[in-house]
Structures are given as structure tokens and as C-alpha cells.
Design a protein around this ligand. Structure first.
Ligand SMILES: *[C@@H]1O[C@H](CO)[C@@H](O)[C@H](O)[C@H]1NC(C)=O
Ligand SMILES: *[C@@H]1O[C@H](CO)[C@@H](O)[C@H](O)[C@H]1NC(C)=O
Ligand SMILES: *[C@@H]1O[C@H](CO)[C@@H](O)[C@H](O)[C@H]1NC(C)=O
Ligand SMILES: *[C@@H]1O[C@H](CO)[C@@H](O)[C@H](O)[C@H]1NC(C)=O
Length: 358
């Protein structure tokens, strides 16, 4: 399918920020489009005739009328462990690679005018709160949010080659930052964020909009889209555990210290990424654990077709189902080191080969 191959090539080609260029039809980057919640939000933030990509498939005004499992809401909430959303496809059995510009909000709680993540589908979530960002990571039966079983997924962020974001026009809000002054009923727009979903895992970082734009760029980096949660959002989320912790800041993806010298790794433009370091999970404290049945209530029953997620459609050979995804939250052990660099590179190699064969 030429469409798939093209969009994949496009995605690979734009891995470097240096190649991102605004679409002349809409030169304002999504990260600069600010709207007060909820009354300032337009029906579509990306209503741009003649744009190269597009149009935006959904809408940004979301309310009780749009609260259903066919919702095309693209305004996403990240409030707390019981009340957050993920970007996932609008049609069943989709891959992120094919649908990145179309993802819609799937939420753990009713009330935001979105689809709901069905009951029991989130099987472990870790929230790490830091002084500059909040990181959500965990485990999900991805077929229940319209991903194809075995899709290793990819990155979604508010940048993209044309700076219009993936999904196009996707907005993110939160009441979780101290800069919101503890007011749970008002919501700050999160200008920079980053997320991965695939391999039955996810991670999502929201950068505190009150911090410097340099910090937001560093902690919500978007140019390492092929090395997953493992490198972008080191975590020790456990399948079966729901916890919220305070945490130290991560070392921004790509930065590492060797022999006392700080080095920067850049994801290559082509070829298989092979980062020369092992990411470190920041230390955390004050962890509070929850029962999922206390956190997630009033959710729809999962649909029947959620069984055989154990083997991927084609990329599964030599890869476990747990730790080897491109989304790659840490699985069973306490350290991101559980996912060896070579294993990550191996899967990426498979993905890469698949992209060019498609
Ligand atoms: C509810 O959302 C829909 C879809 O965005 C919009 O057309 C409609 O005007 C909204 N209703 C209200 C009362 O805001
Ligand atoms: C999902 O799509 C794949 C690839 O097109 C296909 O092989 C598979 O049968 C589909 N699965 C379902 C449940 O429709
Ligand atoms: C706001 O929500 C948090 C949950 O994240 C809760 O702990 C806190 O008590 C709430 N604050 C108020 C004032 O309701
Ligand atoms: C998480 O645990 C559930 C069982 O509770 C299991 O079905 C699922 O495959 C696990 N997910 C991953 C990614 O290991």
C-alpha cells in the first residue's frame, strides 16, 4: 500500500526537528495555539483548508453529547491516576503508524465527552510526579482501544513534520500541576507533551506549562520517536500495580554520561537506532498504591474480541510480548535495563524492515 509506505517514510524522514517545517496553509505550530478551557476552545483547532496533511478528523469541543464510544473528541485530559486519557485510533484493528494523525481521546473516566477505556483494560499504571513534568506509564489491552494486536505502535506528540501535531489538532489539559494552585475545577493547557502506545504498553508525559520552554522541550522531547518509553520515559511500572510516586527528574532522552563526560546521542536519520547507553529510571519516593476497582468505575464492558494478543501479526519473532515493544514501558522488573539495547534495536530492525516491505 503506497499510502502506508509513504507515511512511514515521511515519519522516518521527519525524526529530526531540523526538518520540521510549518505548513504554509497554517504556519502556527500547534504548541503555540492556546485556548482557555473550556470556553475558549474552538470546534476544531486545525480547521485549515488546503493543508498538506489533514483535515483534522475530530473536534475539540467535547461534552455530554459527544460522550460515547464513537466519540471523535480530540481534547484529552491528564489529571490523575484515576482520571487520564490516551490517544488511540478511532477505528478497530488500526496501527498507530497508519493512523497517527487521527487518534482520538480514550479516557479512564467519564465526563470529558470522549470514548472510555473499557473496564479492566488498564492492568497497571504508574504516575511519577516531578518538579517539571508528570509521567504516566503502564499496561493496557490495546485491542480494546482499537489498536491491532501486536502493533508496536509509536509516538504521538504536538509537533510532527508540519508542526500541526499527531493527532492533528489534538489538545491536552490538566489540573495536576502545582501551578494550577490546587484547583481541581480549572484546567491548564499542556502545551508540550509526548506519548507512546503499542505492545500493550503506554507512556505519556505532560510538561508543566509554568516551566521554561527549554525545560518543556527537554522533558517532552519529540525527536527520539523510535526508541520508545524505555529511553524517552524510563519507568518501573509493574503490570498489576497502580501507584503514584514523587520522582526525581529524568535525564532527558539522548543525554548520558560516560567516563564523567556528558554526551548526546541523536537518533539517526535512517537505519536502526542503537543508543550507546542504558537509560536510568529516576528514583522515586512516597509511592501510594491503589486498587484499580477504586480508581476506574462506571466503564463499559470490554468487547469480546480481546483475546489473542500474545503474538504479533508479523513482528513477533524473537520478541517477547512484554518488554520488547517500541512503546516499551518496563515490564516485570524494576529497571529499564530489563529491556536491553540490543533487544530494542532488534525489534526496531524488524519494524523498519516491515515498513519498507509494505
Ligand atoms: C457539544 O459538542 C459538539 C461537538 O463538538 C458541538 O457541536 C456542540 O455545539 C456542543 N454542545 C454544546 C452545548 O456545547
Ligand atoms: C486486523 O488486521 C489484520 C491486518 O489487516 C488482519 O490480518 C486481522 O485479521 C485483523 N483482525 C481483526 C480482529 O479484524
Ligand atoms: C484534587 O484532586 C486530587 C486527586 O488528584 C485530590 O487528592 C485532592 O484532594 C483534590 N483537591 C480538592 C480540593 O478536591
Ligand atoms: C498484564 O497482565 C495481564 C494479566 O493481569 C495480562 O493479561 C497481560 O498480558 C499483561 N500485559 C503485559 C503487557 O504483559
Amino acid at each position: 500500500m503506497p499510502g502506508f509506505a509513504l507515511s512511514t517514510l515521511f515519519a522516518v524522514a521527519i525524526a529530526s526537528k531540523a526538518f520540521a517545517q510549518p505548513d504554509p496553509a497554517d504556519p502556527t505550530p500547534l504548541t503555540d495555539k492556546q485556548y482557555a478551557y473550556p470556553t475558549g476552545i474552538p470546534y476544531q483547532v486545525d480547521n485549515v483548508p488546503n493543508a498538506i496533511r489533514g483535515p483534522q478528523v475530530g473536534y475539540n469541543i467535547c461534552n455530554s453529547t459527544t460522550q460515547n464510544q464513537q466519540s471523535m473528541c480530540q481534547t484529552l485530559m491528564m489529571n490523575n491516576i484515576g482520571d487520564f486519557c490516551l490517544w488511540a485510533p478511532p477505528q478497530p484493528n488500526s496501527t498507530i503508524g497508519d493512523t497517527e494523525q487521527e487518534e482520538v481521546a480514550w479516557c479512564s473516566k467519564s465526563g470529558w465527552g470522549t470514548r472510555l477505556i473499557p473496564a479492566g483494560v488498564l492492568t497497571g499504571v504508574q504516575v511519577l510526579k516531578t518538579s517539571k513534568y508528570i509521567q504516566f506509564a503502564g499496561f493496557i489491552d490495546q485491542t480494546q482501544v482499537d489498536l491491532q494486536a501486536g502493533d508496536y505502535g509509536g509516538e504521538l506528540d504536538p509537533h510532527g513534520a508540519d508542526l500541526r501535531g499527531n493527532p492533528l489538532g489534538g489538545l491536552v489539559y490538566s489540573n495536576a500541576f502545582p501551578s494550577n494552585n490546587g484547583n481541581n475545577n480549572t484546567f491548564q493547557q499542556v502545551m508540550d507533551w509526548n506519548s507512546f502506545i503499542g505492545g500493550n504498553q503506554f507512556c505519556f508525559t505532560i510538561c508543566d506549562p509554568s516551566t521554561s520552554s527549554a525545560d518543556q522541550s527537554a522533558y517532552c522531547q519529540n525527536t527520539y520517536d523510535e526508541i520508545g518509553c524505555t529511553y524517552n520515559m524510563p519507568n518501573n511500572a509493574q503490570n498489576g500495580t497502580f501507584e503514584v510516586c514523587d520522582a526525581d527528574l529524568k535525564t532527558p532522552v539522548g543525554i548520558y554520561v560516560t567516563n564523567g563526560v556528558t554526551m548526546t546521542y541523536t537518533q539517526p536519520y535512517t537505519g536502526v537506532p542503537s543508543p550507546p547507553y542504558t537509560p536510568v529510571v529516576p528514583s522515586s519516593s512516597n509511592c501510594v498504591t491503589y486498587k484499580s476497582t477504586d480508581l476506574y468505575t462506571g466503564l463499559p464492558t470490554p468487547t469480546g474480541a480481546s483475546t489473542s494478543t500474545s503474538t504479533g501479526s508479523s513482528g513477533s519473532s524473537g520478541t517477547g510480548t512484554k518488554s520488547s515493544s517500541s512503546a516499551g514501558a518496563t515490564s516485570t522488573s524494576n529497571s529499564a535495563a530489563a529491556i536491553g539495547v540490543s533487544s530494542v534495536a532488534g525489534i526496531l530492525g524488524t519494524l523498519f524492515a516491515m515498513a519498507f516491505l509494505s
